[in-house]
Design a protein around this ligand. Structure first.
Ligand code: HEM
Length: 357
């Protein structure tokens, strides 16, 4: 018995040795400080897991989706009603997208609070800001391609805002290629352009984390504090992440089961302000209500410019949030404004009006 199991073990370890020699899996066994295995430091990894769920379900959805404006809504309805387990896969895709929006913001807040954007990680913060913008674009283009009234209204907003943007708005302007619908362009963005761009930025982001390792805890002052912190293998981190990832998958599957992904009827051309955008875009609705459509441009650009500037404004050695009052309060005021705008967006009432085509 013993001989047999030790034989199995030897075969297994020979197998791992074979795989390891070719894939360099031992590289994954590098040391991570103990705090890297706490939840706040794992949210980025949970976001990666959310993206994997989105890719798998998204690839499956493209098999049944038809991006032509005449048939797009009907094809989503068919996924929902006729394709085997279509409602579940679409529901998981929808709820995983909500989860990724929340987790990416929470991850950014963690990185901000712990000042992980400081030297030598400034560039990775900038990659992160790009990832945030890409994630929001994924979300926005995803809400367009289901092609119901809400999506149609979104397309009208793109058209209107693109006029204000001048040449910068050309990629989303109907004038660029009048024969190609904006729905088609949003689909290309969602399933081809953004996946490639996010792949590049995500790879750079993760290689960066691997190279510099996770940032020290903000209240660790001396270099000896950092070196004395117990270390754990990254593989333990991966196991923890997989466990959180499975929990996330179960939560989104239960949500998909209880609350199916929304889909309205095919859009009525010319009918305006008949729906509200999905919740992550509601702050922009509030900006439009309060100040006018043009203000959506600075309302989006200013927070992003602030985020891009963060590592260059706050350059001191101090990482403790209680001792970085000015930047932390500025950030908190910004987040509070976002929440107020979200609330005002929730209060927005639908007027419903008919405007030309
Ligand atoms: C698609 C979205 C994103 C994914 C999948 C992602 C993923 C990750 C992962 C896995 C880590 C290492 C573990 C962790 O700290 O949780 C990390 C670290 C980091 N991320 Fe992100 N991230 C994303 C967006 C962002 C954003 C929006 C920012 C900031 C604007 C950002 C800035 C950083 C920085 C500076 C680090 C290094 C943190 C440290 O060393 O403590 N990331 N990211």
């Amino acid at each position: 018995m013993t001989t047999r199991s030790s034989g199995n073990w030897a075969r297994k370890s020979r197998f791992w040795h074979y795989v390891d020699e070719r894939l360099g899996l031992d590289q994954l066994d590098y040391s991570v400080p103990e705090h890297g295995n706490t939840l706040p430091y794992m949210i980025g990894g949970i976001t990666v897991f959310g993206f994997i769920v989105l890719i798998l379900t998204g690839v499956w959805l493209t098999l049944f989706y038809d991006p032509s404006p005449e048939r797009a809504n009907a094809s989503v309805l068919a996924i929902q009603n006729d394709v085997t387990l279509g409602w579940l896969v679409r529901g998981v895709h929808y709820w995983a997208a909500q989860a990724v929006i929340i987790s990416v913001v929470l991850h950014m807040v963690r990185v901000f609070v712990t000042a992980a954007y400081k030297k030598p990680r400034e560039l990775n913060w900038l990659f992160g800001v790009a990832l945030l913008a890409i994630t929001l674009n994924f979300y926005f283009s995803g809400t367009i391609i289901k092609w119901d009234q809400e999506s149609y209204q979104g397309v009208q907003e793109i058209k209107n805002v693109s006029h204000y943007l001048g040449p910068l708005g050309l990629p989303v302007s109907p004038d660029l290629a009048p024969a190609v619908s904006l729905l088609d362009r949003m689909y290309a963005l969602h399933i081809a352009i953004l996946p490639v761009i996010i792949g590049i930025f995500l790879l750079a982001h993760l290689l960066y984390v691997h190279y510099f390792n996770i940032s020290p805890l903000p209240w660790r002052k001396k270099a000896s504090d950092v070196t004395e912190e117990p270390k754990e293998p990254f593989t333990k981190h991966l196991i923890g992440l997989t466990q959180y990832g499975i929990v996330l998958l179960v939560i989104v599957a239960v949500l998909a089961f209880v609350f199916p992904a929304p889909l309205g009827p095919a859009p009525i051309t010319g009918f305006h302000d008949a729906t509200k955008p999905p919740w992550p875009l509601l702050p922009l609705t509030a900006v439009d209500d309060l100040f006018g459509l043009w203000w959506i441009i600075p309302g989006t650009a200013i927070p992003f410019l602030f985020l891009l500037a963060v590592p260059f404004i706050d350059r001191g050695e101090e990482r403790d949030p209680r001792k970085r009052k000015v930047i932390v309060i500025t950030f908190m005021v910004g987040m509070a404004m976002l929440l107020v705008l979200l609330y005002l967006g929730i209060l927005h009432t639908i007027a419903g009006s008919v405007v030309g085509g």
